[in-house]
Design a protein around this ligand. Structure first.
Ligand SMILES: NC(=O)c1ccc[n+]([C@@H]2O[C@H](COP(=O)([O-])OP(=O)(O)OC[C@H]3O[C@@H](n4cnc5c(N)ncnc54)[C@H](OP(=O)(O)O)[C@@H]3O)[C@@H](O)[C@H]2O)c1
Length: 264
C-alpha cells in the first residue's frame, strides 16, 4: 500500500493512550518506572504502586511534574487484600483503570539444592502469586468495563533454564503460562493479556546480584553484545497497551537484543 498522510496519522493515533488510565504495580523503579513515564508521554493518566514509601513518593513526584493527577500507592502486592484495596482506591481516584502492568518482581541467586522453603515462598509470592491476584483482581474490574489491556513482565527465564535462579525461572515460566491462560479465558470479553520478556537490563533487581562473570556470560549470549536501555522496553509496552494491538492477546513479546533467537 502506498503510504499517505492519512495512513500515517491513523497509525500514530492507534498508538496513543489519550483518555486511558494506567496503573503500574512495581512502578517505583527500573522497568516499571520507565513504562509509567512512557505511558504518560503517550497521553495516559498514570498511577504506580510498590512497597517502599520513600521510593513511591519520589517516583510519584517525578510523574506529577508532567501531570499533577499522577498517583502513587504504597502496597505489598503479595497480600491479596491489599490488591483489593488498591483496586477500590484507584477506581475511586480515576473512575476506571484501562491498562495494568504487573511489573513487581525479585530474584535470589543461589544453587537450587541450597534454597530454603522461606526463600522459595518469598520469590514465588512476589513473582507469581502476587501477579496472579493483581491480574485477576484488576481483571474483574476490566471485565466489568468490557475493555482493558494487561501486561505482565516475564523474562528470558520464562523460556530457558536459568542456573542459580531456579525459583525465579519457575515463577517466570508460571507468569508466561498465566498470561496465555488469562488471554484465552478473557479474549471474547474485551480484556487482552500479554507479556513482555526483557533480556538483560541493569536495575536494582540484578545489578548488584549478578557477578561479573555472569554479566560477561549474559553479554556473550546476547547477539547485540550489550545490555538493554530501559527506554528500549517502553515502546513494546505502549504498543501492547494501545489500540494498535487490538487483535493481539496471549503473546510474549521478547525485547532481548536477539538472545532467544540465537542458537549459540
Ligand atoms: N532487569 C532485568 O534485566 C529484568 C529481566 C527480565 C525480567 N525482569 C522483570 O522485570 C520486573 C521489574 O524488575 P526491575 O528489573 O525493574 O527491578 P526493580 O527496579 O527492582 O523493580 C521492581 C519493582 O517491583 C516492586 N515490588 C517488588 N516486590 C513488590 C511487592 N511485593 N509489592 C509491590 N511492589 C513490589 C519494587 O518496589 P519495592 O521493592 O519498594 O516494593 C520495584 O518498584 C520484575 O518482574 C523482573 O523480574 C527484569
Amino acid at each position: 500500500m502506498v503510504e499517505t498522510q492519512s495512513t500515517r496519522s491513523i497509525s500514530a493515533s492507534q498508538l496513543s493512550l489519550q483518555g486511558k488510565t494506567a496503573l503500574v504495580v512495581g512502578g517505583s523503579s527500573g522497568i516499571g518506572n520507565a513504562i509509567a513515564h512512557g505511558f504518560q508521554d503517550s497521553g495516559a493518566r498514570v498511577a504506580i504502586a510498590a512497597r517502599t514509601p520513600a521510593k513511591v513518593e519520589a517516583a510519584t513526584q517525578r510523574l506529577q511534574e508532567l501531570d499533577p493527577t499522577a498517583r502513587g500507592y504504597v502496597i505489598d502486592a503479595a497480600r491479596p487484600e491489599e490488591i483489593d484495596e488498591l483496586v477500590a482506591t484507584a477506581v475511586t481516584d480515576f473512575g476506571h483503570i484501562d491498562i495494568l502492568v504487573a511489573c513487581q518482581g525479585m530474584t535470589i541467586l543461589k544453587p537450587a539444592e541450597e534454597v530454603t522453603p522461606a526463600e522459595y515462598d518469598e520469590v514465588m509470592q512476589t513473582n507469581l502469586r502476587s501477579v496472579f491476584f493483581t491480574c485477576t483482581r484488576f481483571g474483574r474490574h476490566m471485565l466489568e468495563l468490557g475493555n482493558g489491556s494487561i501486561i505482565t513482565i516475564a523474562s528470558l527465564a520464562a523460556h530457558r533454564g536459568w542456573p542459580l535462579a531456579s525459583i525465579y525461572a519457575a515463577s517466570k515460566h508460571g507468569v508466561a503460562g498465566l498470561t496465555k491462560t488469562l488471554a484465552a479465558e478473557w479474549a471474547d470479553r474485551g480484556v487482552r493479556v500479554n507479556a513482555i520478556s526483557p533480556g538483560f537490563f541493569m536495575t536494582e533487581l540484578n545489578q548488584s546480584k549478578m557477578s561479573s562473570k555472569r554479566k560477561e556470560n549474559a553479554l556473550l549470549r546476547t547477539p547485540m553484545g550489550r545490555f538493554g536501555q530501559l527506554d528500549e522496553l517502553v515502546g513494546a509496552a505502549i504498543y501492547l497497551a494501545s489500540p494498535a494491538a487490538g487483535f493481539v492477546t496471549g503473546t510474549v513479546l521478547n525485547v532481548d537484543g536477539g538472545y532467544l533467537a540465537s542458537g549459540i
